[in-house]
Design a protein around this ligand. Sequence first.
Ligand SMILES: CC(C)(COP(=O)(O)OP(=O)(O)OC[C@H]1O[C@@H](n2cnc3c(N)ncnc32)[C@H](O)[C@@H]1OP(=O)(O)O)[C@@H](O)C(=O)NCCC(=O)NCCS
Length: 167
Amino acid sequence: MQKAVVARVGDYQVRRCEREDVQAVININAETLPEHYSDYFYYEILAEFPDTFLVAEIDGAIIGYIMCRIEYGFSHLKRLGLARKGHVVSVAVAEQHRGKGIGTLLMQTSQEAMARRGATEVYLEVRVTNSEAIALYQKLAYKTASRLEAYYKDGEAALVMAAALGQ
Ligand SMILES: CC(C)(COP(=O)(O)OP(=O)(O)OC[C@H]1O[C@@H](n2cnc3c(N)ncnc32)[C@H](O)[C@@H]1OP(=O)(O)O)[C@@H](O)C(=O)NCCC(=O)NCCS
């Protein structure tokens, strides 16, 4: 069956992740990021938030993904108050396909889906030394909301970055 493409950049296509794509997503995560999750975690997010879990592919090969959740809790943008928030749990593009706009497109397309689910802001955690990712988020108008010391297992700090959605 033809899979529904939701966005394109060059010859790359972005579409919803399907259950049979999850192993390719796990492989990209293993190659590109030190933070790994149980297989069950991916399937659970896919079942609950299928519209914000996207893959990028070229010639039928998956080379990137974004996996997000919708949460309700303290706003990262307002000083006080609660918000419906999109949470970018993980995003990655295989190294040889970077710098071609795929990360940007995955973020933008998933953010649109989060806004359709009623999220008014989006946030994520990023290693303080991950300058490529921080540059991408700044380009998308994310601002640093806080810093979490020793957030990662190896002791590195995280920045919590957040942006408004749908305004
Ligand atoms: C972060 C990541 C997803 C970006 O994906 P990408 O497809 O290369 O992103 P894009 O091509 O859309 O680039 C978006 C922006 O990121 C920044 N960027 C990308 N590569 C960069 C580099 N080598 N140095 C500095 N900034 C860079 C730039 O601001 C760029 O915008 P520009 O092209 O208009 O200058 C990718 O580098 C990656 O998978 N990294 C490893 C996994 C990771 O760290 N994920 C984030 C965890 S929080």
